[in-house]
Design a protein around this ligand. Structure first.
Ligand code: CP
Ligand code: NVA
Length: 307
């Protein structure tokens, strides 16, 4: 059966560990695995802007022996002119995999239903699961393990990154604590799903309405922009609502002294994180950005084998 990666728990804990193990191998031997030899083509569709995702998937497909085809949806028939289902049927006849960055998550489900080839979510309004694979890989490299570590996410706890940290890090057996102000807390269905996974994997989930409780004793500290793509009109309100949520040196000092800091990027210095923390000694953001490449290569190679 064709497998897809639309959300963090579309793979099991064992499969997640296997993909991370293969990512470490691919990082050492970048051209050793060639599932797209031919070259086979992989479609990379963007409804939203991107730097890291565009580059890491394009380089990753080429490293795996294939040809990346970048499609900016504004310049294609997708959206208003042609349905997702018909687009999926056309692409599925010609490409090996489809990678899509979009708004509504339901579009990805529709694409997966009709494509007949693996579909990868490279960010939707609800999840950013490829970023979590890269963050787990980076944590594994810096801490030597995942299960049992505490990860604290401080900021917009209702956005795609928060959802993916809750689900994906629970799958890895981590203790996940998130903090967001009123109106920016995770959906109770996401928390319930994450709690169920945490119970089976030995981790735990905590949700706070202030940053101090969440960050206490954390091994890994993460945040994300307060204004996600599509929310630009709410900028002024959001900046006011997130007062007190900036991860600065004082807040960072409440985590473990050897805690690492990560951010999916792009980052807004002085808002969700101070320049001192983002550019400081505990920050591993450039390893994290590079690891998008290695993690996604392992994911694509793994998906290619499942069909
Ligand atoms: N972190 C991330 O997905 O970056 P881009 O928006 O630049 O792809
Ligand atoms: N939450 C952010 C992540 C960007 C990589 C957004 O959706 O814009």
């Amino acid at each position: 059966m064709v497998r897809h990666f639309l959300k963090d728990d579309d793979i099991t804990a064992v499969e997640q560990a296997e993909i991370l193990r293969r990512a470490l191998e691919l990082k050492k031997s970048p051209y050793s695995v060639r599932p797209f030899e031919g070259p086979k083509t992989v479609a990379l569709i963007f409804d939203k802007t991107s730097t890291r995702t565009r580059v890491s998937f394009a380089v990753g497909v080429a490293d795996l022996g294939g040809a990346p085809l970048i499609i900016d949806s504004q310049s294609s028939q997708m959206g208003g002119k042609e349905s997702v289902a018909d687009t999926a049927r056309v692409l599925g006849r010609q490409v090996a995999q489809i990678v899509w960055r979009t708004y509504a998550h339901s579009g990805l489900e529709e694409m997966a239903k009709h494509a007949g080839v693996p579909v990868i979510n490279s960010l939707s309004d609800d999840y950013h699961p490829c970023q979590i694979l890269a963050d787990l890989l980076t944590t594994l490299e810096h801490k030597g393990k995942l299960a049992g570590l505490k990860i604290a996410y401080i900021g917009d706890a209702a956005n795609n990154m928060a959802n993916s940290y809750l689900i994906g890090c629970a799958l890895a057996g981590m203790h996940v604590s998130v903090a967001g102000p009123a109106g920016y807390q995770p959906d109770h269905r996401i928390v319930a799903r994450a709690e169920l996974i945490a119970r089976t994997q030995g981790g735990s989930i905590e949700v706070f309405g202030e940053p101090l409780g969440a960050i206490a004793n954390a091994d890994v500290v993460v945040t994300d922009t307060w204004i996600s793509m599509g929310q630009e009109s709410e900028k002024a309100k959001r900046i006011a609502d997130f007062a007190g949520y900036t991860i600065d040196a004082d807040l960072m000092s409440r985590a473990k002294s050897d805690a690492i800091f990560m951010h999916c990027l792009p980052a807004y210095r002085g808002y969700e994180v101070s320049a001192e923390v983002l550019d400081g000694l505990q920050s591993v953001i450039w390893d994290e950005a590079e690891n998008r490449l290695h993690a996604q290569k392992a994911l694509m190679a793994w998906l290619a084998e499942q069909a």
